[in-house]
Design a protein around this ligand. Structure first.
Ligand code: ADP
Ligand code: MG
Length: 554
């Protein structure tokens, strides 16, 4: 980049920008949270790199974010002294869509039929590009830590951006300056009062101090947030609002936490944990690239959010762990393999499950709301995590033929077993209402036997793994002769003792006609009003699973 160069955005970025520019989303304040969070990330990245290269800090070791307002020029500038970007970094990160969250957002948008896209911006934020909701022009000037050259990036949010070398004297000594030329209708973002309010509300807990100043004002820059680690404070000093604010800055979501877990582990390993379960479902929950994003800190220094501290089936949990005993100068790869990390992984996972269990006892409604959102993910643990399977079965909730749309636990199910009933019966499918009205269930209903209704994809897998609950195996209603005859009918129904003779002619006929398609035709106990149904042999695949595999071309 010896000379200015103009390039076209990737097609996806153009689409996203178009959406930002034409956004009618009312809560545009979110752009500031995104810029401040990028500035804080950059400071944390520098803090980490400086562990092995302390010279990067020079004589400017205190991380700092400054928001500068210029009413006359109509600009808002966010400056940080973090890691900075080279011209190449800028081209790679500010012309493409790098982060998977934003990609998933785009996919969701493409599939969006009921105009929820605008809400999605507000709920999840879409990073740097959200600046174009309020700015007609965005200019980024940056210098990567340890480098002499500086570069700029600028765009008006239409199809192209320009990257150019910058006179080093005009660039920050280290770090990044993002300047927004505000749109006429967004000029209020150059007002001190407005910006102070937004920063306090949205970014009060980012781990880097934040200052606000006005160009041309006598007053000194005012500090709005102290960058102190909330998780290091004692629980009794922290209000629910503070936790909620912190959750929003750490999770990048705009809802509230449905469950907050804050504790300090002591003993063999010392670490602090502050995690949250969101109140609403993130849209990328089933994105295959979506891993957990629990942040790992070592003595307040951010190390990585890719340490996979929690198993995949807890990927909806947000927050952080701060270890007191991992060495700071260990590479991320070494940390990954450290026994300290595995102790943390185990300890935190167990604790989250036991907290969920406690919540299910103390506040069934709040627990049910969490299960509503994340039950389908937690159930992945039933086949992925053999060691915690029993615990997960205890946490699992199901809609059943007897639950009137409410969630029921297996404990309740087993308490209501009928005489001679030895299995937990379930029916799978992809639509709850359809499963509930399936003829396969008639014989069960007639005997008052409760059947679990399992509508999620995962249900087809864990049910086939020989899982049992308190010695009771799970059995599909479509599988074989479920031995219903041993269980008495709940109410008198027509006498069927002569049925075998009455229909023997028909059975023989049906066997002949269907010879190539079915392995047997027989009289069944499972129906009451429907005439026939198809079942799977006892030792064969469940019908729903067979359908799924057939659809997948196996
Ligand atoms: P995300 O923060 O989730 O990665 P963004 O769209 O907010 O996504 O930012 C895209 C990328 O641009 C960042 O990952 C980072 O590499 C780069 N970036 C943005 N702002 C800064 C900054 N102030 N300092 C350094 N890098 C930045
Ligand atoms: Mg960001």
């Amino acid at each position: 980049f010896a000379a200015p160069e103009t390039r076209a955005f990737e097609a996806d970025v153009s689409k996203l920008l178009h959406m930002m520019v034409h956004s009618v989303y009312s809560d545009r304040d979110v752009f500031l949270r995104e810029l401040i969070s990028n500035a804080a990330d950059a400071c944390e990245k520098l803090r980490y790199e400086a562990i092995s290269r302390p010279e990067l800090l020079g004589d400017d070791a205190q991380p700092r974010i400054t928001v500068t307002l210029d009413k006359e020029a109509g600009t808002l500038t966010v400056t940080d002294n973090g890691i900075g970007m080279s011209a190449i970094d800028m081209a790679e990160t500010l012309g493409t869509i790098a982060r998977s969250g934003t990609k998933a957002f785009m996919d969701r948008l493409a599939a969006d039929k009921n105009g929820e896209g605008q809400q999605l911006i507000g709920q999840f934020g879409v990073g740097f590009y959200s600046a174009f909701m309020v700015a007609g022009k965005v200019e980024v000037v940056s210098r990567r830590a340890g480098e002499d050259e500086a570069a700029s990036w600028a765009s008006d949010g239409s199809g192209t951006y320009t990257i150019a070398p910058v006179d080093p004297a005009a660039a920050p000594l280290r770090g990044t300056r993002v300047t927004l030329t505000l749109l006429d209708e967004a000029k209020s973002y150059a007002e001190l009062y407005t910006v102070e309010r937004i920063v306090k509300a949205q970014s009060g807990h980012v781990p880097v101090p934040i200052f606000v100043e006005e160009t041309g004002s006598e007053e000194e820059a005012r500090q709005l947030a102290d960058g102190a680690a909330l998780w290091a404070r004692s629980k009794s000093d922290i209000s629910e609002d503070e936790y909620a604010d912190f959750y929003r800055s750490v999770a990048g979501q705009f809802d509230k936490p449905a469950m907050t877990l804050h504790y300090r582990a002591e003993g063999r390993h010392e670490y602090s944990v502050l995690t949250f379960i969101p109140e609403s479902k993130p849209f990328d929950l089933f994105d295959p690239d979506r891993n957990g994003r629990i942040k790992l800190y070592v003595r307040r220094v951010f190390i990585t959010d890719e340490a996979e501290i929690l198993p995949r089936y807890l990927r909806f949990v947000r927050g952080l762990v701060d270890s007191a005993d991992l060495p700071l100068n260990m590479s991320r790869e070494m940390i990954q393999e450290s026994p300290v990390l595995s102790a943390i992984q185990k300890g935190v996972s167990n604790r989250i499950l036991s907290e969920l269990d406690k919540l299910s006892e103390s506040d069934a409604d709040r627990y049910a709301a969490i299960w509503d959102n994340f039950g389908a993910v937690l159930k992945e643990g039933l086949y992925e995590d053999y060691e915690r399977r029993a615990q997960l079965l205890g946490l699992a909730r199901f809609k059943t033929t007897a639950s009137n749309g409410e969630w029921r636990s297996l404990k309740d199910y087993v308490a209501g077993l009928k005489e001679n009933q030895t299995a937990i019966f379930y029916a799978t499918g992809d639509d709850l209402d359809r499963i509930a009205t399936s003829p396969q269930l008639e014989g069960f209903k007639a005997r008052g036997i409760e059947v679990l209704l399992l509508p999620d994809q995962v249900d087809n897998f864990w049910t086939t793994m020989g899982v049992d609950y308190e010695g009771k195996p799970f059995k599909s209603v479509t599988q074989g002769s479920s031995d219903l005859s041993l269980i008495p009918l709940a109410e008198e129904s027509a006498d069927t003792s002569n049925a075998a003779e009455d229909v023997s002619g028909f059975i023989a006929f049906a066997k002949e006609v269907l010879a190539d398609h079915v392995s047997d035709v027989r009289i069944s106990d499972r129906l009451t009003t429907s005439a026939v149904c198809i079942v799977a042999p006892d030792n064969a695949m469940d019908l729903q699973l067979e359908k799924m595999l057939a659809a997948a071309g196996r």
